[in-house]
Each structure stands twice: as C-alpha cells, then as structure tokens.
Ligand binder design. Structure first.
Ligand SMILES: Cc1cc2nc3c(=O)[nH]c(=O)nc-3n(C[C@H](O)[C@H](O)[C@H](O)COP(=O)(O)OP(=O)(O)OC[C@H]3O[C@@H](n4cnc5c(N)ncnc54)[C@H](O)[C@@H]3O)c2cc1C
Length: 370
C-alpha cells in the first residue's frame, strides 16, 4: 500500500495495554467520527467504560489525509436539524480542548457560470473559474484535530487500541467483537469505519468506496498568492464539474484536490499504490490542470501527493442509523468528501444517542439488504 504522504502530523500514540474482556461501549474506527464519539461518551457518561479499536493508527483513514475544509453542507444537500453544524463543531473542539487552528473566514464557491464582477479568483479550467459566492465555514489543521481528539478521548478515560482490527461482530447482548488482539464484549457499539469494512456496518450493497486525491505545491511568494486570488487565505471548491477544491496553507503552499479511483473491495484499497495505474494517471492530469489554471502556477513544483478512502451511498446519501442487525449498535458512514465538520458533529450526536437516548435524525436510514 502506498497512499502517499499528506502534509498533516498526527502526534498522538496511545499507551500500550492488554485488551480488556469487556466494555460498556466499543467504538470501531479511529478517525474524526470515532474519536469524537469516544471522547464525548466519556464526557457525558464518565461512569461507563469506553474502548476504541483502530485497525491501523488514529488518522490513518480519511481523517489524517483530508483537505480540512469545514463546511456546513454535504453533497446530498441540506440535512434537517444540522443547521448548527459549524457552531457545534467549533464548540465541541473547544470543550474537548482541541487546538485545531480553526479559521472560519468563509469559503469561496467557484464556478464557470457568471461569477462576481470583482472575483478575486480568475482561473482557466474548462472555462473561466470565478468566485460565484462565499459560503460559511473555513479550514482546520487535520493532524491537530485527530491528535487533539485522541488526546481528549484518552485524557477522559477512553482506552484506545491501535493495530487492532475488528474482524467480525456477533451482534447480541452483549456484542462479541472478534479482533486481531482477542475478543471484546461490548454492551453498545458505534461503527465508524468509513470507507473500509462496509460489511461490518451492513453497507456493502448500498454504498461504494472510492479513493480521492490531493496534492500540494511548494510555498508560493505572497505576490503569487495575491495574483491567484488566494491572498485572503480562504479555501475554495467548485460548484460545477470538473470538480476541484483547495486551500492556501499557512506557509504559502496551496493544496488542490480532485479525482476518484473506483474501489471494488477492502483488498483493492489496501493494495492501492498512488505511483501506479489509475491513481498515477490522475495525479499527472491534476498536476497539468493546476499548472494551467494561472500563469503564477505555470512552473510550480509539487511537494506532496497523497490520497485517501471515502464512502458514500448510491445517491450520495450518508448513513446514521441503527445497524440492520441490532438496535444496540449505531452506524455512521457515507460522509464522502464532506465529513470534516459532520464527522465530529455526528460523532458527538452518536455518543448522545448511545449514552443518553438522543433521537436519531429523520435522514440517514440504512436499508436492510445485507
Ligand atoms: C483526500 C481527501 C480530502 C478530503 N477533503 C475534505 C475536505 O476538505 N472537507 C471535508 O469536509 N471532507 C473532506 N474529506 C472527507 C473527510 O476527510 C472524511 O469524511 C472524514 O475524515 C471521515 O472521518 P471518519 O472518522 O468517519 O473516517 P476515517 O477517518 O476514514 O476513519 C475510519 C477509521 O476506521 C478504521 N477502520 C476501518 N475498518 C476497521 C476495522 N474493521 N477495525 C478497526 N478499525 C477500522 C480505519 O483504519 C480508519 O482509521 C476528504 C477525504 C479525503 C480522502
């Protein structure tokens, strides 16, 4: 496997310890969703035990490989009851003491339709891209969010186990989780495995996994950033196709992302090498595309190339529902390429549902097919 190297640093490692035989709550997946849920479970139910099981290391999935644009909408459209997502995201990170470098200065929506007359961005990309309007949101440092959430969860008393893959779940009361480090019995379960292990979540037939790509330029001079229209530091994404998103970074480099590799299975994802095949071709096209956007990028060099796995439902819908085989096991999945703020927001909601009976939303239902 070679998914490339993202620019983020995750500097949390859990204390090694033996896997306990049982826990009140088990969380599967150490990305934003699982870590936020584990921390929030301990915060609101400090007398209950929480174990988080991560197949590789925290942030090894999409969360440690993301672009870090925090937005108030997802691809499927507005989700009833989530109008407070950005405020709650900010508040949750603050309450958990996560130093995220959050900058909610707004995000440019750019498009090939008629844009703002004084658009700061004027790029050539299958037509002229201009700012169409500005939407709420901004950016975070994803490495700091992963590390901060993990530290918060551990500090509040959740036991985090890395390199501990859940291979099978026998749903029951309690659930029996067969892991690479032994069996764990858990009263209630939160499955937050995102692109991987779809069968565990009962989603193999109703969702698809993709690998999406990003790269980063070398640091650009302030004048070059100004001429690109990125002097304000705001992130951007296209409202129309072909899709492109990105953000200027604190050191003057610029991140760009686009492109999807279809994935048939977890094994295909595990074997994926960004230096070969479809992914390598997509990186070459993306580099050409970025260099063609504007003369200031004509000869730019790239310092990082990487990608990560995402999953979404067949019509881009996300899933936030009880598992088809148990109402003591909650699934969050299908956040696609829009999960930075929603993963933490819904991870917190999941904790409130599991520990305090908060009602689930009207959307996010999982069809009973597996
Ligand atoms: C390149 C890229 C750019 C992106 N950019 C943005 C962006 O700018 N804005 C935005 O909103 N969203 C973006 N996204 C999407 C966003 O990053 C994700 O929606 C979010 O990180 C999902 O978090 P998660 O915790 O649900 O999943 P993940 O971070 O993928 O975590 C799932 C974890 O589960 C673990 N796991 C899987 N199976 C098992 C198992 N059987 N046992 C134990 N552990 C298991 C995995 O190892 C993984 O660590 C991007 C994604 C990518 C890949």
């Amino acid at each position: 496997m070679n998914w490339g190297t993202p620019p983020w640093t995750v500097d949390f490692r859990p204390e090694p310890r033996p896997l306990p035989a049982s826990a009140d709550f088990a969380v599967i997946g150490g990305g934003f969703s699982g870590l936020a849920a584990a921390a929030w479970l301990r915060k609101i139910a400090p007398d209950k035990t929480v174990v988080l099981l991560e197949a590789s290391h925290v942030g090894s999935g999409a969360s440690g490989r993301t672009g870090g644009l925090a937005l108030s909408d997802v691809a499927v459209g507005p989700l009833e009851g989530t109008e407070d997502v950005l405020d709650t995201y900010r508040e949750t990170l603050a309450e958990l003491g996560v130093a995220s470098e959050l900058a909610f200065e707004g995000v440019y929506e750019i498009g090939r339709a008629v844009g703002l007359r004084d658009s700061p961005i004027v790029w050539e990309d299958s037509g002229t891209l201009r700012v169409v309007h500005e939407v709420p949101g901004g950016t975070v440092d994803a490495g700091k969010v992963v590390s901060g959430l993990a530290r918060a969860a551990a500090g509040l008393g959740a036991a985090i186990f890395e390199n501990t893959r859940v291979e099978n779940v026998e749903f029951g009361s309690p659930h029996a989780l067969q892991t690479s480090a032994g069996t764990l019995c858990a009263g209630r379960l939160f499955l937050a495995t995102n692109a991987q292990s779809a069968a565990l979540s009962g989603l193999s037939e109703t969702s698809q996994a993709k690998f999406t790509l990003a790269l980063m330029t070398e640091p650009l001079a302030p004048r070059a950033l100004e001429s690109l229209g990125l002097g304000s530091g705001k992130a951007f994404y296209t409202a129309d196709l072909p899709y492109l998103w990105g953000r200027p970074m604190p050191d003057g480099s610029v991140m760009f992302g686009s492109g999807l590799v279809d994935l048939g299975s977890d094994a295909e994802l595990a074997a994926l090498d960004i230096a070969q095949g479809v992914a390598a071709g997509l990186f070459t096209s993306l580099e050409w595309r970025v260099r063609g956007l504007h003369p200031a990028l004509g000869k730019v060099q790239f310092s990082h190339r990487w990608g990560g796995p995402i999953r979404f439902g067949q019509s881009w819908q996300l899933f936030f529902d009880w598992h088809p085989r148990s109402h003591e096991a909650l699934v969050l999945n299908g956040l696609g390429g829009d999960g930075v703020s929603f993963s933490v927001y819904l991870g917190r909601w999941a904790a409130e549902t599991l520990a305090a009976g908060r009602e689930l939303p009207s959307w996010g239902k999982i069809a009973e097919t597996d």
